[in-house]
Design a protein around this ligand. Structure first.
Ligand code: GLU
Length: 297
C-alpha cells in the first residue's frame, strides 16, 4: 500500500507542485504507507519539447528529501498495460472535433471541462467508415451515464456524473485518466494526495477503477498555491522553481522550510528535514490555499 506523487515532465516543478509533493510524502509517512514517484510522460510532444525535465524534477524532489521508496516508473514504458486495460473496457470511436463538442455539449463545468454529449455513440457502420476516413478517431468509454460518489479525506463526498471520457486520444496517446488509474492499481497506490484542480476528475477515475474490478484509492486534495492576484501559480510569477530560488539565494533547505511553514509545521526559516516534517504532520488537517510571495531582494 502506498501514496504517490506523479508529475508530468512538461516544465520544471514550481513551489506549488513541490508543496503538493511534500504533502503527499508526509501524508504517506504519517499514515504508515510507502511513497512512490511516477513520471507521467505520455504526452510525447509536450515531453519532447521539455527535454531533460523529468530528470530535473526528480533531482529537485531529491534535493528536498522527497524520494521514491521503489524505482521510479515512467508511463512511456508501460504502454502494454494501458492497451491491456482498454481491452477490458466498453469503448467506441469518436470522430468529433473540439469545436463539434463545444457546439453540441451543455455548458462547461466550473473547471472548464465539457462533458461529452455522446454524439458518436450511436453512429451506424457506414457513417463510422465515412468519418474515419476524415480523421483518426479517439476512443471513449461508454460509461452509461453513471453517477459516482467518492470520499475525499478532507473535502468529504464528491459526486460526479460520468460522461464518455477519452481513454485514447486521436493521436494514439493513452489518456491521462486511463493511465493514472491503471498505474495506481498496478502499483498498489491506496492514497492519492494531489492538487485541488484534480478533485473533479476523481469520480471519473473511481468509476474506471471500479470498472477494472478494483476499489479506488483514498483521495485527499490539497489547496493550490496562488500568486498575489489569487491566480494559480505559474512560471510567469517570477522565482518559482528551485533553480530560480537558488539564484535568489534560497537553497533547497530554505525552500523546504517555506513549504513546511505553508503547511503549518514550522516557522519560516527554521531549519527542518522532510523527516522532521513527517513527525509533525497531522493527516486530519487539510493543507489549504497558499499565497506565494517570492523572497524579497
Ligand atoms: N500527472 C498529473 C499532473 O501532473 C497528476 C496526476 C495525479 O496526481 O493524478 O497534473
Amino acid at each position: 500500500m502506498a501514496g504517490r506523487f506523479a508529475p508530468s515532465p512538461t516544465s520544471d516543478l514550481h513551489v506549488g507542485n513541490l508543496r503538493t509533493a511534500l504533502a503527499a510524502l508526509l501524508m504517506a509517512r504519517s499514515t504508515g504507507l510507502d511513497f512512490l514517484i511516477r513520471v507521467e510522460d505520455l504526452d510525447v510532444d509536450r515531453v519532447r519539447a521539455a527535454d531533460g525535465t523529468a530528470e530535473r524534477q526528480l533531482a529537485d524532489l531529491a534535493a528536498l528529501g522527497i524520494g521514491s521508496d521503489a524505482p521510479v516508473v515512467r508511463q512511456s514504458e508501460r504502454l502494454d498495460r494501458y492497451a491491456g486495460a482498454l481491452e477490458r473496457l466498453p469503448v467506441y470511436e469518436c470522430y468529433c472535433t473540439r469545436r463539434e463538442i463545444a457546439e453540441a455539449a451543455s455548458a462547461p463545468h466550473a473547471d472548464g471541462y465539457r462533458p461529452y454529449p455522446g454524439t458518436c455513440r450511436h453512429l451506424g457502420a457506414a457513417e463510422r467508415a465515412a468519418r474515419r476516413a476524415e480523421r483518426p478517431p479517439a476512443l471513449r468509454v461508454d460509461a452509461g451515464a453513471a453517477t459516482v460518489t467518492v470520499r475525499d479525506r478532507w473535502a468529504g463526498e464528491v459526486t460526479g456524473e460520468i460522461d464518455d471520457f477519452v481513454v485514447r486520444r486521436n493521436d494514439g496517446a493513452y489518456a491521462y485518466n486511463l493511465a493514472v488509474v491503471v498505474d495506481d492499481l498496478a502499483q498498489g497506490v491506496t492514497q492519492v494526495v494531489r492538487g485541488e484542480d484534480l478533485l473533479s476528475s476523481s469520480p471519473r477515475q473511481a468509476w474506471l477503477a471500479r470498472r477494472l474490478g478494483a476499489a479506488e484509492p483514498e483521495y485527499a486534495h490539497v489547496g493550490l498555491v496562488v500568486n498575489d492576484c489569487g491566480q494559480r501559480l505559474a512560471k510567469r510569477d517570477g522565482a518559482v522553481t528551485l533553480a530560480d530560488l537558488a539564484a535568489q539565494g534560497w537553497d533547497a533547505g530554505r525552500v523546504l522550510s517555506e513549504l513546511g511553514a505553508s503547511l503549518g509545521l514550522n516557522e519560516p526559516g527554521e531549519p527542518v528535514t522532510a523527516e522532521d516534517l513527517a513527525s509533525r504532520f497531522d493527516p486530519e488537517r487539510r493543507p489549504g490555499l497558499w499565497i506565494w510571495e517570492e523572497p524579497a531582494g
